[in-house]
Design a binder for this molecule. Structure first.
Ligand code: FES
Ligand SMILES: [Fe+2]
Length: 372
């Protein structure tokens, strides 16, 4: 941990943007890594990636490798990819299937899919050795609405407390039933927070998003989560558009049991720290933003649809994928320009407008989470 920020900033209010070091200083990212990314629940994948008992994938971020798997009985689990014998990294493949057990490639210590040590060659001759003393180190893991969250903390805030404002709020969208129809990754030369802050307002939409503005007027809708770690609200889809797609047509069946108003709305939420969830009547797209360094991020995004859409004659996910690919690239570009500007010696925090109340609230949540 560093005390760098505490000694160099007097910023306390969310009414202005953050000082430049928050976007540029490796020391700040190091502190964020300890305080946020290794502490919080982070969204790592859809549950369908471990659909069957024995399926696993590796979640490798912030200096750790975690095996996320479904055990033999169907329970979702996460274990540090660290052998209890001499510490070796056991799994190398990014995803796969354990047929029965997990075996370390070094001296063949073997673990059940629920983490128990079940085989340790020649250790029966070691005095006082008891296999039950050496299970794999478990990591907290949680499934919510078909999304898997993992924490690198030994003792995170209970998931239900951390996500209380949204736990039941999205139930009508049947998010747990949706299937992934596309995945893309973008390399953005901007601090991770600039990407979250960009998502949190549409003041920029008339200037940089002509395609989006035709479908989603930037002053439409309302926010229903104004303060705290989950923020956002909805926008109105303008008639005659059916959805936010490149041709304005729905690209699949409705994802949930939506009333007439909600069939013309799109919901946009950020989940602190690094997740963004967009819910449209006929598809969902979601993002996770991962810092590479203080001034560069990887954005992983997936599109989800109702399983009844997939493969039918009217199924056209391309309309949603192309629409957001275009809009996202416009956003990444402006975030990169923003990064270049905030890195300048002359940059000073600037004032937020009333249409930027959500990024201002996000900054407040961020500063509180960082203990400022
Ligand atoms: S280090 Fe894993 S079995 Fe020896
Ligand atoms: Fe945008």
């Amino acid at each position: 941990m560093t005390s760098f920020m505490r000694t160099t900033t007097t910023f306390v209010s969310g009414a202005r943007t953050l000082p430049g070091e928050y976007y540029c200083a490796p020391e700040v990212l190091a502190e964020e890594t300890e305080t946020l990314f290794r502490e919080r629940w982070l969204w790592v994948a859809r549950a369908e990636r471990v659909a069957k008992p024995g399926d696993y994938f590796l979640y490798e971020k912030f200096g750790e490798s975690i095996i996320v798997l479904r055990d033999k009985s169907g329970t979702l689990r996460a274990f540090y990819n660290v052998c209890r014998h001499r510490g070796t990294r056991m799994c190398e493949a990014a995803s796969g299937h354990f047929s029965g057990s997990i075996q370390c490639p070094y001296h063949a210590w073997t673990y059940s899919t629920d983490g128990r040590l079940i085989g340790a060659p020649h250790m029966q001759d070691a005095e006082g050795f008891d296999k039950s003393d050496y299970p794999l180190h478990a990591a907290p893991v949680q499934e919510w609405e078909g999304f898997i969250f993992v924490s690198l903390s030994d003792d995170p805030v209970p998931f239900a407390d951390a996500f209380a404002p949204v736990l039941d709020r999205l139930a009508r969208f049947n998010l747990d039933r949706l299937v992934t129809v596309e995945r893309r990754e973008y390399d953005v030369k901007a601090n991770w927070k600039l990407i979250l802050q960009n998502y949190n307002e549409c003041l920029h939409c008339p200037t940089i998003h002509p395609e989006l503005s035709r479908v989603l007027p930037y002053q439409s809708g309302a926010n229903d989560l104004h303060e705290g770690e989950q923020l956002g609200g909805y926008m109105e889809i303008t008639q005659p558009n059916q959805s936010a797609t490149s041709d304005g047509l729905a690209c699949g069946v409705p994802i949930g049991t939506l009333d007439a108003d909600e069939q013309r709305r799109a919901f946009y939420y950020t989940f602190f720290p690094n997740m963004m969830l967009s819910v449209h009547p006929d598809y969902v797209n979601y993002y996770s933003v991962w810092p590479v360094d203080a001034q560069r991020s990887i954005v992983v995004t997936e599109w989800l649809q109702h399983p009844d859409s997939v493969g039918t004659e009217t199924w056209s996910p391309k309309g949603a994928i192309e629409f957001w690919d275009t809009v996202n690239r416009q956003d990444w570009h402006i975030c990169e320009l923003s990064q270049l500007g905030v890195a300048s010696r002359v940059y000073r925090p600037g004032p937020f407008s009333p249409l930027e109340s959500i990024p201002a609230a996000w900054d407040r949540a961020y500063l509180a989470a960082m203990g400022r």
